[in-house]
Write a protein that binds this ligand. Structure first.
Ligand code: MN
Length: 746
């Protein structure tokens, strides 16, 4: 739902608009042309007219006629995923049931139940964009449930989201942040998992454009500045390979592909390096046109030629020809030493494999015919279905569990009999045990991995052969939750712990009953309630359990009055726990707020700065409403931000810094450079001399001529911090200066 009654921002008259819509429709038909069967054209026309008529009075935020959105979504489905006529019809109709007078019955009547079912799935999950939806996770769960019915629902949903991301400019900032976070948190990984690499990359880049606009623009600018240099290197690298391949008579294409902005940024963050050290990372692709029976052979032939020319890194050979990834990806990857001593990744695959890599699932179906190997997607869907239907845990937990176990890349391990099991990266022997059977999991005491004895927490690697050792006496414990990453194992362990607690609590209940009777009271709901209040417990189970494990001492039962068989609670203790004051890095008085808060009220509001990301004025920030503590200000780049925005969109408040030079904020800088006489002096001179900033702590460690310093200091805003970083970098011998959050380091 992104409609609004608003005048068009662009000036097309009605006639021109009609023409534009028809032009888009005809373009869509052209994309489908080769696939149209008799009767399809009529059905498509019908769907288009029905949707156009239903949306006729609606406009998008940009002012465009609404129907252009379903048309664009349909176009993405056809062109970028390779879906067919039925999916196109569903795309055209995807917002009608939700937003217009058209009902599901109408669609069922006009187009039959297959299409009605898909549109229904899309309608059920279409309110994900609604800011007021309280639990995004709940919506996500719905998406997955629909996904397991018919994967086309999720493919169309992804196209819908991609188009919304492409047109996000006309939305308000809060919505941009929320939609972008949700996209990077949920939809991009989902697209990746479906094998839609191009879509995943575009979603990530677009999200970053809104979540971290400065960094995004900076990297984009630098990328375009270095384009020529990069293509020179690529050409130089490709030339000898091309010449060699030409002599073989193979039908091939070879080209270089730069990394996406988002992946460059990820690399920079992960490795803690500057743009200059990663920007020239790219992959060289060799795409072969080979008949099915020669695919593997020809790929290896190319591999052999590449490695004749350039020296390969022995650890960096990835053979996804023999063992495709579960999302269908097949290719041969190797990393070789190129000119100037640079590592370059070379990806070798056939045209068929390339289509699967780019269009994912749909292409997979296309080639699947006549192949009776069990579809990997079916396996994946089955796993999801199993997890969704066996758990009732709360949704936020569900979402992170799900992400951890299904969206992560997977490893392949073997049972003693040689069967392959797929597990997410990071899975332990215990995860493996639970994947065999929940009884094997809960009795697991260790494992033999490649015939060596290992503890249950042992992390597995692809290719391991795993044998589980069990004992009848074993029972799951709380710390097992730290050893597992799969949703199945977590759920089963939690269930087992709950069961154990119930059994132990039974004893506590019996103890309580005896004690109560001893003072003339009864074990009745009123008394249990009084005791829960007295001990500040949330449930009777906690009360009984506490008594059983003796964390609750029933001695003070004496202080209760007994009237009839009812207890009366004693006067509350004098010690009243003050709520902990919000952490305040720079002792900023709260009344002196320097944030302007755009929301229901423009009054100054109590706020505090998030500990996880330590924002300072000038950072891109947002406010998160916390119960009882007012607003917490996070940076939009905070590691928790995406999760907060995706799960609690309704609690996000747009915030902006006002200019204020009176208050300073604690932040940290890590400096790496060559040890040099007087370098510390020079650094401190700049900080406290030139810039007049206060240093709160300074540590310098030096090993073999390289020093690493960390400085905590007070700055007024980001601008000032940036100036300082610039000045420090201009010192001789300084290599990197980077900001860190003051709690997490040093
Ligand atoms: Mn839509």
């Amino acid at each position: 739902m992104e409609t609004v009654a608003q005048k068009p921002k662009y000036n097309l008259n009605e006639e021109q608009e009609k023409k534009l819509i028809l032009r888009e429709y005809r373009a869509l038909l052209r994309c489908l042309k080769t696939r149209l069967k008799p009767g399809d054209r009529r059905l498509l026309r019908h769907a288009f007219e029905m949707a156009a008529d239903a949306h006729k009075s609606m406009r998008r935020k940009s002012g465009e006629p609404y129907i252009l959105h379903p048309l664009a979504v349909a176009r993405i489905c056809v062109e970028e995923i390779g879906l067919g006529v039925r999916s196109t019809i569903c795309s055209l109709l995807h917002d009608t049931v939700e937003d217009t007078d058209i009902s599901l019955d109408d669609i069922q009547r006009e187009f039959g139940s297959e299409i009605a079912k898909i549109v229904d799935g899309l309608t059920k999950i279409s309110n994900v964009i609604d800011v007021n939806a309280s639990q995004q996770a709940e919506n996500f769960k719905k998406i997955l449930l629909t996904l397991t019915d018919d994967p086309r629902v999720i493919l169309i949903k992804l196209s819908d989201r991609l188009h919304n991301m492409r047109t996000l400019d006309s939305m308000k900032q809060e919505k941009q942040l929320k939609i972008a976070s949700e996209t990077v948190y949920v939809y991009a990984p989902l697209a990746h998992r479906m094998g839609l690499y191009n879509m995943k990359t575009e979603m990530e880049d677009l999200s970053m454009k809104y979540l971290e606009p400065d960094t995004y623009r900076e990297i984009a600018r630098k990328l375009s500045e270095t384009r020529r240099e990069r293509s020179r290197f690529i050409n130089e690298f490709i030339k000898p390979l091309k010449d060699k391949l030409d002599t073989t008579g193979l039908d091939f294409e070879i080209y270089g592909r730069p990394k996406s902005i988002h992946s460059i940024w990820n690399k920079m963050k992960k490795k803690g390096v500057a743009f200059e050290e990663v920007y020239d990372l790219f992959a060289i692709r060799v795409i072969l046109n080979a008949p099915p029976e020669r695919e593997k052979e020809d790929c290896w032939k190319v591999y052999s030629m590449v490695t004749d020319e350039y020296n390969p890194s022995p650890e960096r050979l990835r053979d996804w020809l023999s063992n495709p990834k579960s999302n269908g990806y097949e290719a041969l990857h190797t990393t070789v030493m190129g000119p100037n001593g640079k590592w370059v990744e070379v990806q070798i695959r056939t045209r068929r494999m390339n289509e699967i890599a780019e269009k994912g699932l749909a292409a997979h179906w296309k080639y699947k015919e006549g192949n009776n190997e069990e579809n990997r997607f079916d396996k994946w869907f089955n796993q999801i279905r199993e997890v969704i239907t066996t758990q009732d845990i709360d949704s936020v937990d569900f979402l992170s569990d799900f992400k951890r176990s299904f969206l992560a890349e997977e490893i392949y391990v073997y049972t003693p009999k040689g069967d392959v099991k797929m597990l997410p990266v990071g899975a332990s022997a215990l995860d493996f045990a639970f994947s065999v059977h929940s009884q094997v999991g809960s009795k697991c005491i260790g494992a033999k991995v490649n015939h060596k004895l290992v503890p249950i927490s042992h992390k597995l690697r692809s290719g391991d052969q795993v044998e589980i050792i069990t004992s009848g006496k074993q029972k799951p414990t709380e710390d097992w939750l730290n050893f597992v990453v799969t949703a199945k194992a977590r759920t089963k362990i939690k269930d087992a712990l709950k069961e154990q607690k119930k059994t132990i609590a039974e004893e506590g209940k019996y103890t309580l009953q005896r004690k109560l009777e001893a003072i003339g009271a009864a074990l009745n709901p009123h008394n249990v309630e009084e005791l829960m209040n007295h001990y500040k417990l949330g449930s009777a189970l906690d009360l009984y359990y506490g008594i059983a494990v003796k964390s609750i001492d029933l001695k003070d039962l004496k202080e209760f009055k007994v009237i009839g068989d009812r207890l009366e609670i004693p006067k509350p203790e004098k010690v009243h726990l003050e709520p902990k004051p919000a952490h305040d890095p720079a002792k900023i008085p709260h009344k002196d707020t320097e944030l302007i808060i755009f929301g229901e009220s423009s009054d100054k509001i109590m706020y505090n700065l998030a500990n996880c990301c330590k924002p300072i004025p000038g950072d891109d920030v947002f406010g998160f409403v916390t119960t009882g503590k007012g607003l917490t200000i996070h940076r939009t780049t905070c590691p928790n931000a995406a999760k907060l925005m995706a799960n609690y969109g309704h609690r996000i408040v747009k915030t902006k810094w006002a200019k204020n030079k009176e208050i300073s904020f604690l932040t940290g800088l890590r400096i790496i450079g060559m040890d040099d006489v007087g370098i510390i002096n020079k650094i401190t001179n700049i900080i406290s001399g030139d810039m007049r900033l206060n240093i709160s702590a300074l540590t310098i460690e030096s090993t073999e001529g390289v020093f690493e310093g960390s400085i905590k200091l007070f700055v007024h805003d980001k601008e000032e911090l940036e100036e300082l970083v610039g000045r420090l970098l201009s010192l001789n011998g300084i290599h990197t200066v980077e900001r860190f959050e003051t709690d997490t380091a040093a």
